[in-house]
Design a protein around this ligand. Structure first.
Ligand code: 5AD
Length: 479
């Protein structure tokens, strides 16, 4: 029995890959341990989207090389995007590493570990499964969670000039729609009530099996049209107990009328979308090869809001991209203000290997990048603060996820608009996985405090059966 520990860096996609790494190793007679110090095999599942992530890996491997001096039998694996990107360069620059394995080669890991532990040389496996794409899934177990991530595709066909993903995750490959729906059905059987569909450009989805009926409002002649709305409709129809379908991350180009209509018509669609824009300056958007303008982004959001009044929008922004002037940056601030984003992830541009932008001059000084990021965050806090304050006294439908981290007497969950809502003195065990109606009583900096409405309180089941043995109740209305 090999004891292994997996450490994850980076995005949800990586968290997901770590679950699959764990499954593959456990099936090969491995035993997962929490503390890497107890492990025979340590897997570092890496990210390379920004330079910072790369630094984290280097310092982690530095620490492991000390451990390896004491325990030469320790096997160190570098998996994920850095592995794909750097390949054998990792073995050269980090001699403590034994195996480098890309995201598409996870199934091969037990075999490679066996070879290395029998005295074989260090190995690198970073081959994309372009001809026969595989979508491994972790086993579906009831873990008490009401939310789950579901892979719909991998890779990316966009060529945003700053982004390393096409080189670390390969071209787009879509998971067959029946597999996606089947996984969701099984997850819902274990108590999951909200899924987040995952993909690099999730709304470019097309079913490789052609099983989906076209969605209403789909325009086949539009090159930006996809089958994403059709996929959402198929999930909603086949899994009636599912309460919410979220998705990350869409590309603004594929936010087509068919998807807007799905948002409008399906009660399972929340009133929020995370829609990365990256910059508000057309000059920058062009250099970034985003394939949309500032005006097109604003127009899409306006049309979405016409379709779904009150829908909230969050975004990703890069500051200090090559050649970004004060004027360009002001355009970004004005776009965020105009759209009124209620959530924002902001990043300082960092040069990534293999990307088209690597050939441009990374000419914005670090101090300017930091200052711009501070200004962007200040604006974002102001917009979020205004938004949260405006919700006091309103009623919100909250999907309860579990106890509040800061106060275990409270429950916590997310509203339809994606605000984090803490529910006062709520018996969270009773409510996990259900949508309850809450009246908002107080805004915090990044979240809200609410109280169950009398109607919601009256609907709560009595405490008669032991909580762990009870099936998850389905309480409130569907959205
Ligand atoms: N530098 C800084 N931020 C980046 N992102 C992607 N590539 C880079 C880079 N080279 C950001 C984008 C993307 C998010 C996941 O990471 O905003 O949407």
């Amino acid at each position: 029995m090999t004891r292994f520990a997996v450490t994850t860096f980076g995005c949800q996609m990586n968290e997901h890959d770590s679950d699959r790494l764990t499954t593959v190793l456990a099936r090969a007679n491995g035993e997962a341990v929490q503390d890497p110090a107890d492990a025979d095999v340590i897997v570092l599942n890496t990210c390379s989207v920004r330079e910072k992530a790369e630094h984290k890996l280097r310092s982690e491997v530095g620490r492991l090389s000390l451990l390896k001096r004491q325990r030469p039998d320790l096997t160190v694996v570098v998996a994920g995007c850095m592995a794909q990107q750097e390949g054998d360069k990792i073995l050269k620059s980090m001699p403590a590493v034994d195996i480098v394995i890309g995201p598409d080669n996870i199934v091969e890991l037990p075999e490679l570990i066996a070879q290395v532990r029998l005295g074989g040389p260090p190995v690198v496996r970073t081959v994309f499964d372009v001809d026969a794409p595989q979508f491994l899934t972790a086993p579906v177990v009831a873990d008490g969670r009401a939310t789950a991530y579901i892979t719909t595709m991998k890779g990316c066909n966009e060529r945003c000039s700053f982004c390393v993903v096409p080189y670390t995750r390969g071209p787009e490959r879509y998971r067959p729609s029946d597999q996606i729906v089947d996984e969701i059905v099984r997850r819902v059987e274990t108590g999951v009530r909200e899924v987040t569909l995952l993909g690099q450009t999730v709304n470019s989805y097309r079913d490789p099996l052609g099983l989906l009926s076209p969605a209403p409002n789909a325009s086949p002649d539009d090159p930006d049209e996809s089958e994403f709305a059709a996929l959402i409709r198929a999930i909603a129809a086949r899994v009636p107990d599912l309460l919410r379908i979220r998705y990350v991350s869409p590309h603004p180009r594929h936010l087509t009328p068919s998807l807007m209509l799905a948002h409008r018509e399906l009660s399972v669609m929340p009133r929020h979308v995370h829609l990365p824009v990256q910059s508000g300056s057309n000059r920058m958007l062009k250099r970034m090869i985003r394939r949309h303008t500032r005006e097109e982004y604003i127009d899409r959001v306006a049309r979405l809001r016409q379709s779904v009044p009150g829908i909230t929008v969050s975004t990703d922004i890069i500051v200090g991209f090559c050649g970004e002037t004060d004027e360009d940056f002001e355009q970004t601030l004005s776009l965020v203000e105009e759209v009124g984003h209620t959530g924002l992830f902001g990043f300082k541009y960092s040069v990534r290997p293999n990307t088209p932008a690597r050939k441009m001059d990374d000419d914005v000084p670090e101090s300017v990048k930091s200052e711009r990021l501070q200004r962007l965050f200040a604006l974002s806090e102001r917009l979020l603060g205004q938004h949260l304050r405006g919700l006091v006294g309103s009623r919100q439908k909250v999907l309860v996820e579990g106890p509040s981290k800061t106060n275990p007497n409270n429950a916590t969950g997310r509203s339809e608009h994606n605000e984090i809502v803490h529910i006062e003195r709520a018996e969270h065990v009773e409510m996990v996985g259900s949508i309850v109606e809450v009246e908002i009583v107080e805004p915090f900096k990044h979240s809200l405090l609410g109280r169950l409405t009398q109607e919601a309180e009256a609907r709560l089941p009595r405490r008669s059966v032991e909580p762990s043995r009870r099936k998850l109740p389905l309480l409130g209305p569907k959205s």
